[in-house]
Design a protein around this ligand. Structure first.
Ligand code: PLP
Length: 399
């Protein structure tokens, strides 16, 4: 029998999608489902973005475009990142892709040979593990439980980088925890990074505009500009602008890396379509009122979710300061039962919660942390209190 490539034996579909699909099927069967599962922003971009796309359609050349990204898109991105203090980059430092996921996949192809090591903190965004598996890279996991606010410490990073991984992949603000590193924390980690010149650093910071409490967004290169020659900053339109389906992602980093991504693009995607490019430029360069308003709304929702979680006896819920996720440690429920069903894991709990209360959350094991679950709170505002009420009710019914 004909066989698929060995790497397909390691590739698996996204665990997050599996929960979302189950919730969708229950909804289609008539159940009243509130979804806290999928990490989509649930708002649409501003009208000017659609206007730009329509205008571009009117003059579409229909031709192939730049493998790196059009000059005007790269310029819009460069201006955009200057606003968060990432200045001094040129077009040659940048490349685009079909969303940050594609950019990260390209980076793995560009930086990791089979058997090389990639280090990242746990909990992690599921795709990191999946991409590492497909590339046959070794993974060095750095456990960051709720007791350390899900944050990596300088001592942990020091021990990890001393083993000379090829890549250290850092994610701030974080999915699934929503945690954001302060300037001091980033500076301390950057000091460690500076000691170890043999490791590429990827900062997947696609939620950099979604930071609450006036904390601000900080990157290693803000604190240590000399790290620029091996730090690769990853960004995306998906979450900030409510454009996950438009599929636009970016890097700013060393020229050699941007060139490698451009070469890979030339061999698979070729280019981002003209109409999407026009919409992306409008999002980056136009009025920022939609993302600003959404950020304020998410901060209010965060407060409600965290207050609810911390009111449940035994649940440990560090307060996130960004993105739109809360990641409570719910392991206090393990060993108990709900309506006669034993709850011994995050998967048991998420299944019982979905089946009995119609509330969909993603088990923490999808992110490498089986003591927790992820709540994505971008659902319609009116649904949030009801979803949280059901969540609380579920815990009150445990015996
Ligand atoms: N990085 C992180 C941390 C994410 O949470 C996501 C999406 O959920 C991505 C990257 C991918 O984003 P994109 O839609 O740009 O592919």
């Amino acid at each position: 029998m004909l066989q698929l490539a060995r790497r397909m034996g390691r590739a698996k579909p996204s665990a997050i999608m599996a929960v979302a699909e189950k919730a969708k099927a229950l909804k289609a069967s008539g159940r009243d489902i509130i979804s806290f599962s999928i990490g989509v922003p649930n708002f649409l971009p501003g009208d000017h973005v659609y206007a730009a796309a329509r205008e571009a359609l009117g003059k579409d050349s229909g031709q192939y475009g730049s493998n790196r990204g059009s000059d005007s898109l790269l310029d819009a991105f460069l201006n955009h990142i200057e606003a968060i203090g990432l200045s001094g980059y040129t077009r040659a430092n940048c490349a685009t892709g079909i969303g940050a996921k594609h950019v990260l996949y390209n980076l793995a192809e560009a930086l990791l040979d089979e058997g090389d090591t990639i280090a990242y903190a746990v909990p992690y965004w599921t795709t990191y593990a999946d991409i590492a598996d497909i590339c046959n890279a070794k993974v060095l996991e750095l456990p960051c439980p709720a007791s350390q606010n899900y944050k990596l410490t300088p001592a942990q990073l020091d021990a990890a980088l001393a083993t000379k991984p090829k890549v250290f992949l850092f994610n701030n603000p974080n999915n699934p925890t929503g945690m954001v590193y302060t300037r001091d924390e980033i500076a301390a980690l950057a000091d460690v990074v500076a000691k170890y010149p043999d490791t590429w650093i990827i900062t997947d910071d696609i939620y950099n505009r979604m930071v609450f409490d006036g904390l601000g967004y900080h990157n290693f290169v803000h604190c240590r500009p000399e790290l620029r020659d091996r730090v690769i900053f990853v960004d995306s339109l998906s979450k900030t602008y409510g454009m996950p389906g438009w599929r636009v992602g970016f890097i700013a980093g060393p020229e050699s890396v941007a060139k490698a991504l451009t070469t890979l693009n030339s061999n698979h995607i070729t280019n981002i379509p003209e109409v999407v490019t026009a919409a992306a430029i409008a999002a980056l360069s136009g009025p920022q009122d939609v993302p600003t308003a959404k950020n304020a709304e998410f901060q209010g929702k965060r407060d409600l979710v965290v207050a609810t979680m911390n009111a449940i006896p035994g649940v440990i819920c560090p307060t996130p300061q960004g993105a739109f996720y809360v990641f409570p440690d719910i392991s206090c429920a393990y060993g108990k039962s709900h309506n006669g069903v034993a709850i011994n894991s995050d998967v048991d709990l998420c299944n019982a919660l979905l089946e009995t209360k119609g509330v969909a959350c993603v088990p923490g094991s999808a992110f490498g942390e089986p003591r927790a679950l992820r709540i994505s709170y971008t659902c319609p505002t009116a649904q949030l209190p009801e979803g949280l009420r059901r969540f609380q009710e579920f815990f009150a019914e445990l015996s």
